[in-house]
Design a protein around this ligand. Structure first.
Ligand SMILES: [Zn+2]
Length: 204
């Protein structure tokens, strides 16, 4: 099960968080061991300890490993964003860390912000909801554009998903004329800088 350097780093960080479970006099030694692990050693460790379901039942691991077809709309080193195939609104998307971890990495949240801004710009919903979820123990972020006419989740056709994927990933048109932006555009620019709060599922 090959993993990227970034994933190996994420897994190491995850392991370091478990140090409290070890006797105090061993912690320093274990910490050193974890830090000195090579990428191959991290891979072996995961295999031996069956820490993930990679290639197994976890649907999100299958999607990020390209074993299940999906409609990708964005990506960074450790995460991908795809269109929900049973959307409740146009542009309903999921941001998925490539590694099967306990905690949602910051890079996933960063990609979710990036995708939300793109959806806001391209699809112009009234607002966008961003929510943390954990499905099959794989943490993900759900992005739901809200237009005010949301329906029940219903399956989108391949054609709809393909054309939406194209619409969202289409590069920006370059304007040659530089005009003074009107107020509406300024509002748009301000909106772009604002972070959308991520709703956490955790109950305090
Ligand atoms: Zn998974």
């Amino acid at each position: 099960m090959p993993i990227t350097d970034g994933q190996a780093q994420q897994i190491k960080e995850h392991l370091l968080k478990q140090l409290d479970n070890f006797p105090e006099d061993k912690q320093e030694q274990i910490k050193e061991q974890i830090n000195s692990m090579t990428k191959e050693q991290v891979e072996n460790f995961i295999e031996q300890n069956k820490l993930t379901h990679l290639g197994g039942q976890c649907i999100f691991c299958a999607i990020t490993a390209n074993q299940t077809p999906s409609y990708k709309i964005a990506e960074n080193e450790n995460n991908i964003a795809i269109l929900e195939i049973n959307p409740i609104s146009k542009g309903h998307s999921l941001v998925i860390p490539k590694a099967h971890l306990d905690e949602l990495p910051q890079s996933t949240k960063d990609l979710a912000q990036e995708v939300s801004k793109k959806l806001q710009k391209k699809l112009n919903p009234k607002e966008i909801q961003i929510k943390e979820l954990k499905i099959m123990n794989h943490p993900i972020i759900e992005i739901t554009p809200i237009y005010g006419n949301e329906t029940e989740k219903k399956q989108a056709s391949e054609e709809e998903l393909k054309s939406l994927q194209k619409e969202i990933t289409k590069p920006k048109e370059i304007k040659i004329e530089k005009e003074i932006p009107d107020t509406e555009e300024l509002t748009e620019q301000r909106k772009e800088k604002e972070e959308i709060p991520i709703l956490s599922l955790r109950i305090p």
